[in-house]
Write a protein that binds this ligand. Structure first.
Ligand code: DGI
Ligand code: FE
Ligand code: FE
Length: 195
């Protein structure tokens, strides 16, 4: 299938605003991939597909997850916001026939992150924060970090997510914590002044 064909499938599954977001994430992902040495073709595709099931009804998402043989943890089951990343990864496998684990995992971990993320996973995670239409408080800091290094951008994004969730008294997925620790440890080793 061509990128255009994937785009057409995705466009039908969501409202115009979210499709625009997906296009913007794809564009930003290509830019970051070129800057940091990830595969720009994979980055564009993963960007287009990353929110494929964000507007899919709950029951259908759960069915996709089951069909892909994924078993949700109790925390994942209780946290609806996390479903679309998991069901999106399931969707591209079982409905689109995508087999590339790099693409599948970039979608699977785009919301939580995780420890030991690949270059492409990081690119999609960051592009989701810095895409053109984003205008949350702190987006400037995030964009600056993304221009400086992947590491800085991951630390900025992961810490933003964790403090936001804790402030809203929401559950934080283990993958989110592990992803945060992964980048925080690297950063604190580099900067020995930090305690
Ligand atoms: O799908 P998008 O809106 O483009 O962005 P996203 O996939 O990063 O989803 C962001 C939402 O997911 C935001 O409301 C915070 C939430 N989220 C991310 N990680 C966690 C989480 N929610 C909980 N409860 N736990 C997490 O670990
Ligand atoms: Fe998402
Ligand atoms: Fe997104």
């Amino acid at each position: 299938m061509t990128l255009k064909e994937y785009e057409e499938i995705i466009e039908k599954r969501m409202k115009a605003g979210r499709f625009k977001h997906s296009k913007n994430v794809a564009k930003e992902a290509v830019r970051l991939a070129k800057k940091y040495g990830a595969d720009p073709v994979k980055a564009e595709l993963a960007g287009i597909l990353h929110d494929a099931t964000k507007e899919t009804p709950d029951a259908e998402q759960l069915e996709l997850i089951e069909r892909a043989g994924i078993v949700l943890t109790p925390l994942e089951r209780c946290t609806r916001k996390l479903w679309h990343a998991i069901s999106g990864a399931a969707f591209v496998q079982v409905e689109l026939g995508i087999t590339d684990p790099e693409i599948i995992n970039a979608i699977r971990y785009h919301t939580t992150g995780r420890a030991g993320m690949s270059l492409l996973e990081k690119v999609i995670f960051i592009a989701d924060f810095t895409s053109a239409e984003r205008d949350y408080e702190g987006v400037d800091r995030m964009r600056k970090a993304a221009d400086k290094s992947l590491e800085e951008a991951m630390l900025e994004g992961m810490s933003f997510t964790i403090s936001d969730l804790a402030q809203r008294r929401l559950a934080i997925a283990p993958d989110t914590f592990m992803g945060y620790n992964d980048v925080a440890i690297v950063s604190s080793v580099k900067d020995k002044k930090k305690k």
